[in-house]
Design a protein around this ligand. Structure first.
Ligand SMILES: Cc1cc2nc3c(=O)[nH]c(=O)nc-3n(C[C@H](O)[C@H](O)[C@H](O)COP(=O)(O)OP(=O)(O)OC[C@H]3O[C@@H](n4cnc5c(N)ncnc54)[C@H](O)[C@@H]3O)c2cc1C
Length: 380
């Protein structure tokens, strides 16, 4: 068992950390306040092919695995969570094309996706298909060599700057569930925007509700086997980007708090020297480290082709709650300043809260975890 990164992994982490320090951190507060899209940041990530991190090198990607994805996403999320979510979701869509698409689809989409010239967004959730995606109402009907899609998708992150939405739709009767859902690459131009929500956080990248009305999609835009889209989705594990985002926020909150409590003085001493504060900061470090270990364990198992049902849900629950708890504590320990937009810690809390809901609410993951614990006892 190894608890250290390889030289290549450390180099990747340092590369993304440097990028985050130079390109994201100085802009993050402003982008959030102005609700502005971080386009120049994505340009920089694309220049470094980080937008194709996990895609094979033959298609222009960097050929890395899920451990590397988790490391990159942690760094990006420590800078600005919206950047991390956009890249994580984009790579999730690209991975579905890579794993289940035809060779023609791989050639058509992956090089442009690696360079972020073609951007993917995920269209899975709907108004009545939140935690339970099997209740989706969007349907696709075959018409010769085309499909006709009708319905809507909700919370399509990065819709406005994406080129395609990987849209999940029912192609078979309910009694065949979960083998009745297929995935289609639908151009964003074919979808109509219905609602753009004002949100608590994640302000730089919008997640609107969009509708599909009689949208015709050629057969060669069906990705993967007909009826198996939802099941195949369960075989890719780019979802580790969600706990990794939690780790990034938990760590950023810790680092800001260490810096602040080491310099702020009250009663003639640094507030970090009060035992009560020191214990809290220690707890924040414990949360961040636990979250990272659990996330990297899930990613590592996935890279080794092992089942991660138990490990993924554990990481998701732990890391996203760690982000909320650390951000909350960071505000407290920054005192009045922590409550202002002059500091980043209030944004951490607003962004962190999304993570206990998106990617499946933590309550659902607790059910999955409980089931897995009863079913499987090995932990290697
Ligand atoms: C900003 C944002 C961005 C998103 N981006 C995307 C995206 O890009 N693509 C996409 O497809 N989806 C996206 N989502 C959707 C997200 O995955 C869903 O919001 C999430 O799965 C929960 O669905 P819901 O909101 O309908 O909540 P519901 O399923 O209605 O659940 C509401 C609450 O009920 C409780 N609950 C639910 N199930 C259980 C249970 N089994 N046991 C106990 N309590 C339970 C939980 O507290 C939960 O938060 C995004 C959501 C948001 C808010």
């Amino acid at each position: 068992m190894r608890f250290h990164l390889t030289d290549d992994q450390r180099a990747l982490r340092d590369e993304v950390r440097e990028f985050t320090t130079e390109e994201i951190e100085p802009k993050a507060r402003d982008l959030d306040r102005k609700k502005e899209y971080p386009s120049t940041i994505f340009d920089g990530l694309a220049d470094r092919r980080l937008t194709g991190l996990t895609l094979p090198e033959e298609y222009g990607g960097r050929g890395e695995g899920l451990v590397e994805l988790a490391l990159m996403i942690e760094e990006l999320s420590a800078g600005l969570m919206s950047v991390a979510s956009t890249v994580g979701l984009h790579l999730g869509v690209a991975t579905v094309v890579e794993r289940f698409g035809t060779e023609e689809q791989r050639r058509d989409f992956l090089p442009e996706m690696a360079s972020f010239d073609t951007v993917g967004a995920l269209g899975l959730s709907e108004a009545n298909a939140g935690s339970n995606k099997l209740e989706m109402e969007t349907a696709a009907e075959r018409d010769g060599d085309e499909w006709i899609l009708d319905g809507h998708k909700q919370w399509v992150t990065n819709f406005f700057d994406a080129d395609y939405v990987l849209t999940y739709a029912k192609t078979g009767p309910d009694e065949d569930a979960p083998h009745n859902i297929s995935a289609f690459l639908v151009p964003t131009d074919d979808l109509d925007v219905e609602t753009v929500w004002e949100t608590l956080g994640a302000n730089s990248v919008k997640s609107p509700r969009v509708s599909l009305s009689n949208v015709r999609v050629p057969d060669n835009r069906l990705v993967g086997e007909e009826g198996e889209g939802y099941v195949q989705r369960g075989e890719i594990h780019t979802g580790v980007n969600v706990p990794a985002r939690g780790v990034g926020i938990a760590r950023a909150a810790l680092e800001d708090t260490v810096a602040y409590t080491s310099s702020r003085e009250q009663y003639g001493q640094h507030i970090g020297d009060f035992q009560g504060v020191g214990w809290k900061v220690g707890k924040m470090a414990e949360r961040a480290d636990t979250a990272r270990l659990l996330t990297l364990r899930a990613a590592d198992r996935a890279d080794r082709g092992r089942d991660i049902t138990r490990e993924f849900s554990m990481a998701k629950i732990n890391a996203t709650q760690a982000a909320v708890d650390n951000a909350n504590e960071a505000i407290q320990l920054h005192g009045g300043l922590g409550y202002t937009t002059e500091r980043d810690v209030e944004r951490y809390l607003r962004d962190a809260k999304l993570l206990t809901i998106a990617g499946g609410p933590n309550e659902g993951h607790k059910n999955v975890l409980a089931e897995a614990v009863f079913e499987r006892h090995d932990d290697n």
